[in-house]
Design a protein around this ligand. Structure first.
Ligand SMILES: NC(=O)c1ccc[n+]([C@@H]2O[C@H](COP(=O)([O-])OP(=O)(O)OC[C@H]3O[C@@H](n4cnc5c(N)ncnc54)[C@H](OP(=O)(O)O)[C@@H]3O)[C@@H](O)[C@H]2O)c1
Length: 463
């Protein structure tokens, strides 16, 4: 019998309202919720379908076998105990703060306009590294389930849902709450997946590509013949920016990334890969383009924002969209934060006028116009179907491997998107190696810090 999965309802949070997902204890129809916290190995065994608790005449809870039936018999479904896996941020700090939990609860009833999505893949974003450290202001206090995007199959629909059916493959964009096996969301937060799109690609698309699209086309107005500098060019947003630049003729892309990734990003469309770790990227760009660039997309913050502004040609545009420089290790680094804050670009309107440059800020989490997101997603899905964009999947990790997933991103090894898979890792899958072997990049300050922190924690745990 299949495991019966489900769901915390992601409240009507799109477009990213501040109230996020309700914990199950807040659900009016939730009874006797049990939480079992466990390692991945334990999860494999313990997440077997719960024994039929009482009610011998209860219908089989095999939603995946007979989804239509289960959707059309809400009363029976409500009585069925549910067991589902979720990655819960239990506090701010290092990797160990994200724990796999298996929860059991009664099945909530779908409200009008809602759908139940069985999640097949979720995206890992840099914001979740920030969130784990307590640096992402839109994430509610722990315990909370992170995850802004995912893909899956609709398992049940509430009243009044017209354009979604049980069995539809959908992408879900949310503020958080996606790192669990099933979610209840408003149907408006779902986007039909093209037939040829994999679940991994679906989960990799929304945050990175909506961000890249809005910055390039809405804010910076990229046009033929322009030049663009993107930092973190081998990351999720970086790959999306590079691909979208190629939809416009004759755009030159400068991209900073660790040297081991240059061949791959050059193949992907970065015209000039630059190793920011061994070279001064401003000098490198000036050697190639003495006048600078037309567009700088800055996810780093601090002194890099100043450098980006300096690199702009007259009439150029700087878009600030992140503060990755604040992240130097597993845990919050107050010194790095202070340094980033102290070095940030500070301008007067008069200086801006005299410089003939534009400075914009972009934050997807603060976009409250649902229609803006929807129209952008429609355009992106068209581009996907035309073969003009395709998310690059770096690696996939099962929920029990979330530490490895976060480490891969934080130790700067990923090229493209890191994906989390809710489904338990089977013995068969375990025998296959997970990510493509990537040449270990030179050990960074961050990696060194993390090793030290881990060692300290181990000692603490023993003591
Ligand atoms: N404002 C928004 O709405 C929005 C939305 C999405 C993302 N973002 C921002 O965009 C940036 C990229 O996000 P993403 O999710 O696509 O992540 P990502 O680029 O996949 O992040 C990992 C890569 O970034 C590079 N990197 C640079 N500085 C780093 C640091 N301090 N720590 C770890 N890695 C670092 C590393 O590659 P290399 O060493 O090869 O460069 C690493 O492999 C982040 O700053 C994120 O906050 C903002």
């Amino acid at each position: 019998m299949p495991t019966y999965h489900t769901l915390l309802r992601l409240e009507k949070l799109f477009p990213f309202s501040l109230s996020i997902c309700l914990s199950e204890c807040q659900r009016p129809n939730t009874l006797n919720s049990q939480v079992v916290m466990m390692s991945g190995e334990e999860a494999l065994t313990q997440q077997q379908p719960p024994e039929q608790e009482g009610k011998p005449d209860e219908p089989s809870p095999a939603a995946s076998e007979a989804p239509e039936e289960s959707a059309s018999t809400p009363a029976a479904a409500e009585e069925t105990p549910l067991s589902y896996r979720a990655l819960v941020l239990t506090g701010h700090g290092g990797y160990e703060k994200v724990k796999l939990q298996v929860k059991t609860q009664t099945r909530p009833q779908l409200l009008a306009g809602d759908v139940l999505v069985r999640v097949k893949a979720c995206g890992l974003n840099f914001s979740e590294l920030l969130g784990r450290q307590g640096l992402y202001e839109l994430l509610p206090a722990p315990p909370v389930i992170m995850g802004m995007e995912g893909s899956g199959v609709i398992e049940a629909v509430g009243e009044g849902v017209k354009d979604r059916e049980v069995g539809d493959r959908v992408i879900v964009l949310s503020r958080n709450g996606m790192w669990q096996e099933a979610v209840v969301v408003s149907a408006n937060l779902t986007f039909a997946m093209p037939e040829q799109m994999s679940f991994e690609e679906g989960a990799a698309l929304p945050v990175n590509y909506v961000t890249a699209y809005m910055m390039l086309f809405e804010m910076a107005n990229v046009r033929p013949g322009k030049s663009v500098l993107i930092h973190m060019a081998a990351g999720g947003v970086g790959v999306a920016v590079t691909q979208l630049c190629q939809t416009v003729p004759d755009v030159t892309v400068f991209g900073t990334a660790s040297a081991t990734k240059h061949e791959t990003i050059a193949q992907g469309g970065v015209t000039h890969p630059i190793d920011y770790r061994t070279k001064d990227y401003v000098e490198e760009i000036r050697k190639i383009s003495p006048k600078g660039v037309d567009i700088v997309l800055d996810p780093l913050g601090g002194s890099d924002t100043q450098k980006g502004f300096g690199l702009l040609k007259p009439l150029g545009t700087l878009v600030v969209f992140g503060a990755a420089n604040c992240v130097t290790g597993q845990k919050k680094n107050l010194l790095a934060m202070a340094k980033t804050w102290y070095n940030q670009l500070s301008l007067t309107a008069l200086k801006l006028m005299q410089a003939n440059k534009s400075v914009c800020g972009f934050h997807l989490g603060y976009i409250t116009d649902e229609e803006l997101i929807r129209t952008t997603m429609v355009k992106l899905l068209e581009l996907y179907e035309q073969g003009k964009i395709k998310p690059r999947i770096d690696s996939c990790y099962h929920f029990e491997e979330v530490t490895d997933a976060m480490r891969r991103m934080q130790e700067r090894q990923n090229i493209g998107k890191v994906i989390l898979l809710p489904e338990a890792k089977t013995e068969e899958v375990k025998s296959k190696s997970n990510p493509e072997p990537v040449e270990k990049v030179e050990q960074t300050e961050a990696a060194v810090n993390e090793k030290e922190e881990e060692a300290t924690e181990e000692v603490k745990a023993e003591g």
